[in-house]
Design a protein around this ligand. Structure first.
Ligand code: DGY
Length: 320
């Protein structure tokens, strides 16, 4: 008999196909996240699951799923999974690193450029019929070229963002828990700085740290107060890295020029305050969302699950 697995959200057919060769697959085709109780019920007789960041895999759930051996997240981030609880209960957890770096870095640049050049604000005005013709002082934005970019979190995605900054002749400063080797700094054209110094120097601050208790509200009122009033904040990492209330206050009070946000503290709920602000570009957590990348993520997660349940070490095991 094939082991039973659950796919908690809609995925690409190829992923279901390769899983089907090894497992009896139950797939949630409705593509709405299962509420926690329903997820626990669905997982009760399963040996493994393909999960997403909308599934909370914590001790309460795991204790109800005694057959579960592996949860394979279709995401590089895994803050939805309690790794300690997984380890304690003998459940392997995996993620999908690497395959989404370039798409996420590309999208970060979409946010940077859109926020700096007021793209969404100008488009909204045009669509609303407010454009009455060219004006010298219309939608004046900020130059990205030759500006200083501050990258907080210099892992693979942060580095990919830095490399793209070369094309804009920018100065790049980065902050990371661990300073990078000189060779990598040189390849990225980036200089190390403490977080406070970076916040004070950068014209654009972009966040690429994983979300954890250590990075919760890494950017709060105190950090925002260090930024230039002309600066922009970009977040395509995780909502909880920024204190949304403090950010809203800084944007409303003109202490920060603008923001580009792909992620939110309590997504999909959004503080309505953001919607009222013209100086914020808002997108619904799509930084990695290209056809090719999301497909690779799903297939990578499926391969992790196959390895985990066929007595091999999953390539992207998070809790060895
Ligand atoms: C990730 O991989 O963590 C992304 O946020 C998913 O879109």
């Amino acid at each position: 008999m094939k082991p039973k697995v659950l796919v908690t959200r809609e995925v690409f057919d190829e992923a279901l196909e390769i899983l089907g060769r090894h497992f009896e697959v139950t797939a949630n085709q409705s593509d709405r996240p299962f509420p926690p109780d329903e997820l626990a019920r669905q997982l009760a007789d399963k040996a493994g699951a393909l999960t997403t960041l909308t599934d909370r895999i914590d001790a309460t759930l795991l204790e109800r799923c005694s057959r579960l051996k592996a949860v394979c997240n279709i995401a590089v981030g895994f803050n939805n999974i309690d790794l300690a609880a997984c380890s304690a209960l003998g459940v392997m957890a995996t993620n999908t690193p690497g395959v989404l770096d370039d798409s996420t870095a590309d999208f970060t640049w979409a946010l940077i450029l859109a926020a700096a050049r007021r793209v969404t604000e100008a488009e909204a005005a045009l669509r609303a019929g407010e454009w009455k013709g060219w004006k010298l002082k219309q939608f004046l934005g900020q130059d990205v070229h030759h500006a200083t970019l501050g990258i907080v979190g210099m892992g693979r995605i942060g580095q990919a963002v830095a490399r793209r900054a070369r094309g804009f002749d920018m100065k790049v400063v980065y902050h990371n828990t661990r300073r990078l080797d000189a060779g990598i700094e040189q390849a990225c054209g980036a200089a190390y700085a403490g977080l406070d110094e970076l916040l004070e120097r950068a014209d654009i601050v972009t966040l690429h740290v994983p979300y954890s208790p250590t990075t919760h509200h890494l950017i709060g009122a105190k950090q925002l107060a260090r930024m230039k009033p002309t600066a922009l904040l970009v977040n395509a990492a995780r909502g909880g890295v920024v204190d949304d209330g403090a950010l809203l206050a800084a944007l409303r009070e003109g202490r920060l020029a603008g923001a580009g946000l792909d992620v939110f503290e309590n997504e999909p709920a959004l503080d309505p305050g953001f919607l009222a602000l013209k100086n914020v570009v808002l997108t619904p957590h799509i930084a990695s969302s290209t056809e090719a990348t999301r497909r690779k993520m799903a297939l990578m997660a499926a391969e992790n699950l196959i390895a985990a349940l066929t007595a091999q070490r999953p390539p992207n095991l998070l809790n060895p």
